[in-house]
Design a protein around this ligand. Structure first.
Ligand code: EPZ
Length: 418
């Protein structure tokens, strides 16, 4: 069993570079299926989720060459199957991202319910509804869904709630549909804007991305091309919080500060001393006070930074109300923080109140999911004593080479197998 061993209390120093965004990479690989020629993808994070997606696409017949670190050549020409391998789908929520491109390109796709973090039941009703509006027929047999269509048709789609992957999936499918598709109440994440820019370079006709109303005019086919994955704003925010928690001067490089303006606003309100450059941020030791946050779709406070921010608030002076509006199951990790010595009261599944500062003490821990797992690393880095964290696959899903990167800035962390 692989686990992390962390000795808390160490100050950090030096520089840490932000990797390519997981939540863009997991969409650009499927987008390459829409293209009739190979696509070159650069600055791809070397993380487990990307490897799982590559396994899934290779199983379908795609040819994916790993040219060098972070660079992949994807050719979908050889795809000869439209059934996604169930056991691979179970490991990866983002496997749903293959549905739209395969349906649009081959007229049929079969998938089991996708897995991923257990942060709420993660339904796929909005995906199915959207594809049906575009003319696909859905057949449900037990655990799997098959969607079929002669040719997807443009449709006017209103999303009853904002969904990142639904927006991306329907946008990708619509690029090859007959006619015009509109998506109202679309998600506006930077990764979606970057995905649309990539598709438009290949000949797609997407307008309005980054606003709630996206318009896609279907085209016959898309060329091949090149995409560079944008910096991972969640990893960037996590490293800033890491620097502040350990009261360190830490430089975070290769990042895009304008993608985390809402986090920077809350950190500023908490009294964080930060130097913000064009593509870097430097943290300075700061005396923080508790501030309230409400997670919200972009450009609101990102739900993926809620757990790291909550851990930071255990070290801030005073009260903070953390309101998680997106996922019902995304605050249960606070129970583990209380076992470390934090003082957090759960008001309801969507709200906790944190009372700080509290001393944290090392413990044997298990990572519940990707982002909470990273939050436990943060907690262990300030806790007194030696902590261990199991189920680290959950963390390696989304953070590239994390042990080496943290060791290089002075963290006392190592990975052992017992
Ligand atoms: C994406 O998940 C991200 N994952 C998540 O990051 C991120 O937390 C989330 O967006 C919100 O920002 C990827 O991009 C791979 P949603 P997604 O659809 O698209 C409900 C991480 O840690 N919903 O925006 O799955 C859903 O239950 C991950 O990197 C339906 O009801 O999230 C949720 O409550 C975690 N029906 C809400 O929408 C559907 O068919 C928003 O979820 C689909 C979603």
């Amino acid at each position: 069993m692989e686990k992390y061993i962390i000795n808390g209390g160490k100050k950090l120093s030096g520089e840490i570079a932000v990797a390519g965004a997981k939540n863009m990479a997991l969409k650009v690989f499927p987008a390459a299926i829409l293209c009739s020629e190979p696509c070159l993808l650069k600055n791809v994070p070397e993380i487990e989720d990307v490897q799982r997606l590559i396994e899934l696409m290779t199983d379908l017949g795609a040819k994916i060459t790993h040219n060098t670190k972070g660079e992949y050549l994807v050719s979908a020409k050889g795809i000869n199957k439209t059934q996604l391998k169930p056991d691979l789908v179970k490991n990866l929520r983002a496997s749903i991202m293959l549905a739209g491109p395969i349906l649009a390109r081959f007229g049929e796709v079969t998938l089991a319910h996708p897995g991923g973090c257990m942060i709420g039941q993660r339904p796929i009703d909005l995906f199915i509804e959207g594809f049906q509006k575009m003319g696909a027929l859905m057949e449900e047999n037990g655990e799997t869904y098959t969607l079929r269509t002669k040719k997807l048709k443009g449709a006017d789609i209103i999303l009853p709630r904002v969904s990142v992957t639904v927006t991306e999936n329907l946008m990708m499918a619509a690029t090859l549909a007959e006619g015009v598709t509109t998506i109202k109440n679309a998600a506006m994440e930077p990764e979606i804007v970057a995905l649309a820019e990539f598709l438009n370079q290949q000949g797609a006709k997407i307008k309005g991305v980054g606003t709630p109303d996206i318009i896609i005019e279907g085209v016959k086919e898309l060329r091949g091309g090149e995409a560079t994955i944008i910096p991972d704003r969640i990893e960037c925010g996590t490293f800033i919080i890491m620097g502040l928690m350990t009261k360190s001067q830490l430089k975070i490089t290769d990042c895009e500060p304008r993608h985390i303006e809402n986090l920077l606003y809350s950190l500023d309100k908490a009294g964080a001393k930060l130097e913000v450059g064009k593509d870097y941020i430097i943290t300075h030791p700061s005396n923080l006070k508790g501030v309230d946050i409400v997670t919200h779709e972009y450009p609101g406070f990102p739900t993926d930074l809620q757990a790291p921010f909550t851990v930071l608030m255990t070290q801030a002076n005073g009260l903070s109300l953390i309101h998680e509006t997106i996922f019902p199951g995304r605050l249960f990790y606070t129970d583990i923080l209380n076992q470390l010595g934090a003082n957090i009261i759960m008001c309801d599944p969507h709200r906790v109140v944190v009372m700080g500062p509290t001393k944290l003490y090392a413990k044997k821990l298990t990572s519940p999911d990707l982002r909470a797992g990273m939050a436990l690393i943060l907690a262990a880095m300030v806790a007194e004593g030696t902590s261990s964290i199991e189920n680290i696959y959950q963390i390696n899903r989304g953070y590239e080479n994390i042990v080496t990167k943290l060791q290089q800035i002075g963290a006392d962390i190592k990975q052992i197998s017992e």
